[in-house]
Structures are given as C-alpha cells and as structure tokens.
Ligand binder design. Structure first.
Ligand code: FUB
Ligand code: ZN
Length: 612
C-alpha cells in the first residue's frame, strides 16, 4: 500500500500536474531555493555557520539538553512523563525542516541519517487513530481537542511543513504519511457538520496548503479554508467554560471583515500567510481585500524601522497604532521571520515590490539580529534600545525563535527570484545563480555584487530567452541607473520594478547601480517615542550605536550638519560597512543593527536625538 502511494505521488509530480505549478491567482511563482545557489559575500558565511554551528546547537538542545526528543520516545512507549511545554514538539519539527533545507544545498549522509532517526521516532509516537502530540499522549488523551489554545494543530502544522520539506529534498515520504494520517484524524473530528475549532495559534492553515501542493489532495485546501472561516464567530474557548479574548487570537470578526491588526504577532503572520495561500488557489477576493487592509495597518502604523512587529511583551503582540516603544519593544524574532513569509506571499499575489521592501527590511534587520554572528545564540526579543542587559542565549524554554532561525536561514534562496507568464523577477540582490523555469525551458541568471555593502549589481543572462526581466528598485533607493551590455537604458518602472524588455542572449549583462548614501530617517510624527530623533539607515540596513564604540554614547546627537562616512572594516563584527558620524562636538560610530550584542555587554540604541 505504501509502495503504491509512493508511485502515485511520484507520478503526479513527474507529469507536472501538482497544484504547486498551477496556482491560478498568483501573479508570480517563486523560484525555489533548491534552484538557486548562493555564493555571496554577506550570506554565504552565514549559511556555512548555520550548517556548522546552528543546526548542531538545535540538535543538542533537542536530544540532550532538553526532553524534547525524549517526549517522542516516551510517547512511543506510552509511558514516562512529558517534560517542557505543550508546544515543544513544534521545535523539533522546525529544526527538522531546517535540516531538510540544508541537505538540499549541502548533502550530508550523517545529517540525513539523523533526520530518518527522528522521523522514525515521530512515527512511533503516532497513535493508531492518527493523532500525534506528545503532550497529550503523555499527560492524558482525555483532554485532547478541548482547549483550542493548546497548539495541537500548530504542532501538526509544523510537522507537515517538515514532512513536505523532507519529502521534496529526499523523496522519502514516511513523515508525509504520518502527517496525512494526522490530518485525516483532524478532518474526522472537525469540519462542516462536525465540531467547530478555532486554532489558537495559526499555522495549520498554511501547512495544509503545502500538503495540498505536495499531494494534490484538494480536501486539504478545503480544510484550510474551512479553518479560516471558523474565526470570528465566538467559538474560541479554553475548553473549561472560559471563552478567550478574541482580540488576542485574531478572532474578533470573520477574517474577510478584518480591518485592524490585533493580538499576537506571530499568530497573525501565520494566519495571513494561510489566507494568502488559500486565496492563491481559490481567488477569494474577500481574503485578498482583508490582507490589503491589514498590510496597511501593519506596515504603515505598527512596524518598527527594523521590520520588527509586536510592540508588547504582555501579549507578544500589537497594541495601539503608532505606539512603538524602543527599550520595551518585543519584536519577536519569529514575528520578523513571519513578516518575510507573509510579504513574500503578498508579492506573489500582486507583483508589487512594496512587499519585498518590507520583506528585505525584516530579513536584514529584525530577523537577522535574531542570531549571533557565531551562529550559536539567539534573541527572542529584539528591542531597538538596550541598557546593556539584553543578550542572546543558546536556547529558551519556549524555543520557537532558535528553531525558526534554523529553518529560515537555509531557505533564503526562496526570496530572490520569481517567474510569471511574461517575466523573470529579480527581488533580492544576493550573489549566486539560479535555474529558472521559463516557458518549458530553464534559464540561468547569475548575480554578482557585494550587497548590502555596495549597490553595484551585475546580472548575467546564462541562456537565450524571450521574456522581460523585472528588476526591483528598492523603495529606500532615491537614485539609480541601469545599463544593458554597457548601454544606458531608461526602463519603465511598474510597481517598483524596472521592466527590461527584450530578447536575451547568453552573456547579456544588466548592470544596476543603486545609490546607497547614509540617510537619517524620521519616524511618523505620530510615533511619540521617536519624536525629535532620527535613525541611521544605509541601503537596506538599519544602524545603531553601541556604547563600546562610543565614548559619547549618552550624549550622542546628530543634526543636519552631521557628516557621515562609511567604510568597510573587515575586522569589525565579521566584516561590516561601518558608519562614522562627525559633528562639531562628537564622533559617533554606527554598526548594522543586526550585528549588535556580539561583543562585551554595553548599551545600544537605534533612535538618536536630532538637533535641528
Ligand atoms: O506559542 C508558540 C510560540 O511561542 C509563539 O509563536 C511565540 O510567540 C511564543 O509564544
Ligand atoms: Zn519565536
């Protein structure tokens, strides 16, 4: 039976009719990270650290330092205690997803054997009815599916994402089968005419769409859509007679009617991803319109300059428009990664580069600060100011952020290129090459730059093809130019993309120059916390001051007369473009925000007093 299933699945994939390739309402199809190879001054060393250090830290924590893997072993035996928190299974699945992505780019038989060993343990922990969740298996199955906030579907969603990733990389479908059995179990309990359920922490919705993409089974897409439709009807409950606060759970109104961002930031991001994914297949205009409104509310009124979101530690989420405290900012690493996930999908739905601008901001600042330069420590919370007492740690009781980074970094190739009927899209400037499926053949594009340090980007066409190339002009860039094979061109710009028309031949070279001066950025005047201050930004990077570089830290002040100079310093923080700001009274030394807290403890701030 297993054998037949594998053959059917393989056949479905090989004849090219998976829904993955037929997404009717998507404008852009992303070029998968597996078709993109990265050879980049900025990112390659980070990916190497991920492989050499970060995955090892996660594996050690999961297997040795905490009881996460033991929970699966105990669940398989049906004895022993559960240790940790009810959502700890999710970290194991997220780490596995990261391991799968890493295997795609750097094959490693030992790591693959580790993945197989883990998957065997997961499979052994699955109950005969398909249910899999070590917390309830070990603490009392009579309590399962009662408290909607207990993350059963959240953990299942992360298992599905890991299963899809591992199947795509290795062709091995054991975890995919475990996942399908769990989904069938869920669909036997919940759905039209069955029980209502509002997943307290969204995630399952987007995962079900991935499962649909992989298996071609539309019932999974329909179940995702049904779950989205469950929100906003007052069904949300903790299972003991207490209803929850719908504001925290994106459960105030049906999702199509949502106008304002509320509640928990990571949950919101995953919900919006799920809505975008379902809409990409169904064309549900209600979802798309709601996402459009919500994006304005997030990006224009509730986002930090780092792309961080979720101001408050009290709800790990949103508070009031324009209220953006810096020292107390929560800005969970997972939420910044969630912004990447969501904005990527919005760009695919619309072809608008404003979403990639936010994606890039979150990726290079809020998300990247989440990991130390050595790849071994993680931030959970990413404030924009510190008194010197906030530091990365190797792990957390709630370890969503380390495992999030573990799966995010090896997948960054996903965000660089896209393809549509009439064009190839260049979204991010990361050196390397891509094999892009264009009209039945494969086109190679390569990029060469030292971005984000400098804005000269060379794009080389590796094969003949006849579609436009759309190159993103970042919103942060006020002056740019493009030449093709040495001849200046003045392309039309549509939704933030320079549209380069023409037939392309092997060896054609597009040279893009993005002017990248140091800029002082003012916040929206309604953000009182940043009143009278400026942040320093260069290209996509937000900068900060650390006490260690600045004797005048406490009195630091910049003005319109401040002279900024930027210089690459290969000995500083793994190599950064450092910024020196000279005023009459002071010399200030800025470093990229992502690189803070990698030396001895000291205070840090992004927003600097500004003297008119
Ligand atoms: O609840 C699971 C994860 O833990 C959330 O995504 C994070 O915000 C943290 O609360
Ligand atoms: Zn997190």
């Amino acid at each position: 039976m297993k054998h037949i299933y594998t053959i059917v699945l393989a056949a479905l994939l090989s004849i090219g009719c998976t829904p993955d390739q037929e997404v009717p309402h998507k404008f852009i199809t992303p070029v998968k990270f597996s078709d993109v190879s990265i050879d980049d001054v900025f990112w390659s060393p980070r990916l190497q650290k991920h492989k050499d250090v970060t995955m090892g830290v996660c594996i050690d924590q999961i297997e040795n330092q905490t009881g996460r893997m033991r929970n699966f072993e105990n669940a398989a035996k049906g004895e022993g205690q559960h240790s940790g928190i009810f959502y700890d299974d999710s970290d194991v699945y997220k780490a596995l997803e990261g391991m799968a992505y890493s295997l795609q780019t750097i094959p490693d038989p030992e790591l693959e054997a580790k993945c197989d060993e883990w998957i065997d343990k997961f499979a052994a922990a699955q109950l005969p009815d398909g249910y899999i969740n070590t917390y309830y298996t070990l603490t009392g199955l009579d309590q399962r599916w009662k408290d909607m906030d207990r993350h059963e579907m959240y953990c299942a969603g992360h298992m599905i994402e890991a299963a899809v990733a591992y199947y795509n990389v290795t062709g091995k479908d054991k975890l995919l089968q475990v996942s399908e059995r769990m989904v069938q179990h869920m669909m036997s309990v919940f759905g039209p005419g069955k029980r209502d359920w509002v997943p307290g922490h969204e995630e399952i919705e987007l995962a079900l769409v991935k499962l649909y993409q992989t298996t071609g089974k539309r019932e999974y897409l329909e179940f995702a859509d049904w779950l989205l439709g469950e929100r906003g009807h007052g069904y949300g409950t903790f299972g003991d007679g207490r209803m929850w606060n719908p504001v925290q759970y994106q459960d105030v109104v049906p999702v199509r009617e949502a106008t304002d961002i509320t509640g928990h930031a990571v949950r919101a991001m995953y919900l919006f991803c799920g809505m975008a994914d379902v809409a990409a297949y169904t064309g549900d205009q209600g979802y798309i319109d709601a996402l459009d409104r919500l994006w304005d509310d997030v990006a224009l009124r509730n986002m930090y300059i780092t792309g961080g979101i979720g101001q408050s530690k009290y709800n790990e989420g949103f508070t009031h428009d324009y209220s953006l405290p810096n020292l107390e900012a929560y800005c969970e690493t997972c939420a910044s990664v969630g912004m990447v996930f969501w904005n990527w999908r919005m760009n695919q739905l619309t072809g608008d580069s404003k979403y990639v601008d936010v994606l890039e901001r979150a990726m290079y600042n809020g998300a990247l600060a989440g990991i130390s330069l050595e790849g071994d420590k993680f931030f959970y919370v990413n404030p924009l100011e510190s008194l010197g007492d906030h530091h990365r740690k190797s792990w957390y009781g709630t370890a969503c952020c380390p495992s999030q980074i573990c799966r995010f970094l090896p997948s960054i190739g996903n965000y660089i290129y896209g393809v549509s009927d009439d064009a190839v899209w260049v979204n991010l400037f990361i050196s390397g090459s891509a094999e892009i499926p264009v009209g039945g053949k494969t086109v190679t594009l390569s990029q060469d730059s030292v971005y984000p340090w400098q804005g000269n980007i060379r794009i080389t066409v590796g094969s003949r093809f006849g579609k436009d190339i759309r190159v993103r002009i970042p919103a942060w860039c006020k002056s740019w130019c493009i030449s093709v094979n040495g001849n200046d061109v003045e392309p039309a710009v549509e939704k933030g993309y320079a549209v380069l028309k023409g037939r392309w031949n092997k060896g054609d070279v597009i040279s893009l120059y993005l002017d990248m001066p140091v800029e002082m950025v003012a916040a929206d005047p309604r953000t009182l916390e940043d009143e009278g201050m400026r942040a320093v930004q260069r290209g996509p990077l937000v900068y900060c001051l650390e006490g260690i570089d600045n004797p005048d830290y406490a009195e630091a002040c910049i003005s319109a007369d401040t002279v900024f100079e930027d210089t690459y310093d290969q000995n500083l923080l793994g190599g950064v473009q450092a910024i020196k700001a000279t005023t009459k009274e002071q010399v200030l030394n800025f470093i990229p925000y992502y690189s803070w807290d990698n030396r001895e403890a000291c205070p840090m701030k992004v927003w600097i007093p500004f003297a008119d």
